[in-house]
Design a protein around this ligand. Structure first.
Ligand code: GDP
Ligand code: MG
Length: 354
């Protein structure tokens, strides 16, 4: 059966412009011809489209741009899932940082030095979910904590339970997907992002850091961060960041946002800037201080208050903006289109028996 390609519809000029009546008369110089749309494969730009300011009104308004509003409404109604995993040895401020990121007690396992805190004998995986709402948009946030990671004398293969958990979520999703009577919306428990906490030693990465990131960067989006960066001087911090970046490169560790998944030049330029600034040296806190008449989250040190959200003090705000305000959707897409897809292809290739 052959399929003929129907050229884009170019409708005849109506005798009377339909809508909106208040826009200026058609311009004889209105662009009409192959455009960037569809990569120049015979997609004509129809006059009247893509001109917000006084373009041609030959054909009148169609309403294609309302798709954005339609999508917005659907997303508002449905809400979305976001699953973030935190990895690093205990006491690095993981629980504090996710609580700072989401401005609430989203991680219940904040140990605190004073509280009774037992280090588990093996790595445990603990997931807690919360629904956070802002501006009418609901996010079901799941924080997956990994207590016990890196705390043993022998940490060999201590990423195994973590890797197993990540793959189990892919498997769950795959099973739902291949079901004959599948759900309209498959619950998404896949790990969209793994924040890996590097100890602020000022020296170099530990073997475990390298091994973990090497193994896991192929299955999940890893974002390395330098923990408790208020414990280093600015010079130490910059030098350490530089060294860590070099080491990651030497070991061929591909953290998020991965070069190869940049969509276009604009994406690449934006992500290059982020990659050059990584790993972000962060500080977390749940304590507020009064600074210049304003209440800010911070940590008191011998030199004064380190303000968590002040970009001159640390890179928490950079991480927050990147993770939540600019790349949250992309983290979900890379998880689905790359990591899950790789898992799915391998599984279906191995045996069709899901
Ligand atoms: P976790 O075991 O990695 O989850 O670490 P916690 O979040 O429970 O924090 C352990 C201790 O470190 C607590 O006393 C926190 O107050 C403290 N802490 C957390 N974040 C920071 C930070 O950015 N800088 C400093 N100096 N201390 C921190
Ligand atoms: Mg914790």
């Amino acid at each position: 059966m052959s399929e003929s390609i129907v050229p884009p519809e170019v409708r005849p000029k109506p005798a009377v412009p339909a809508k909106p009546p208040h826009v200026a008369a058609p311009s004889p110089t209105a662009p009409h011809g192959p455009s960037g749309l569809g990569g120049g494969v015979g997609v004509d730009r129809v006059p009247g489209l893509g001109h917000s300011g006084g373009g041609s009104t030959l054909l009148g308004y169609i309403g294609i741009d309302t798709i954005i509003e339609q999508m917005r409404k659907k997303t508002m109604k449905a809400g979305f899932d976001f699953n973030i995993m935190i990895v690093g040895h205990s006491g690095l401020g993981k629980s504090t940082l996710v609580n700072t990121l989401f401005k609430s007690q989203v991680s219940r396992w904040s140990s605190g030095w004073g509280s009774e805190h037992k280090i588990p004998k093996t790595v445990e995986i603990k997931a807690v979910s919360h629904v956070i709402e802002e501006g009418g948009v609901k996010m079901k946030l799941t924080v997956i904590d990994t207590p016990g990671f890196g705390d043993q004398i022998n940490n060999e293969n201590c990423w195994d339970p973590i890797s197993k958990y990540i793959n189990e979520q892919y498997e769950k999703f795959l099973k739902e997907e291949v079901n004959i009577a599948r759900k309209k919306r498959i619950p998404d428990t896949r790990v969209h992002c793994c924040l890996y906490f590097i100890s602020p030693t000022g020296h170099s990465l530990r073997q475990l850091d390298i091994e973990f990131m090497k193994h896991l960067s192929r299955v999940v989006n890893i974002i390395p961060v330098i923990a408790k960066s208020d414990t280093m001087t600015p010079d130490e911090k910059n030098e350490f960041k530089h060294r860590v970046r070099k080491e990651l490169e030497t070991h061929g560790i591909e953290y998020y946002p991965q070069n190869e998944f940049d969509d276009d030049m604009e994406d690449k330029n934006e992500n290059d800037k982020i990659r050059e600034a990584m790993p972000f040296a962060v500080v977390g806190s749940d304590k507020e201080f009064q600074v210049n008449g304003k209440r800010v989250l911070g940590r008191k040190t011998a030199w004064g208050v380190v303000e968590v959200e002040n970009p001159n003090h640390c890179e928490f705000a950079l991480l927050r903006d990147f993770l939540i305000r600019s790349h949250l959707q992309d983290l979900k897409e890379v998880t689905h289109n790359i990591h899950y897809e790789t898992y799915r292809a391998r599984r279906l290739n191995d045996n069709g028996d899901v």
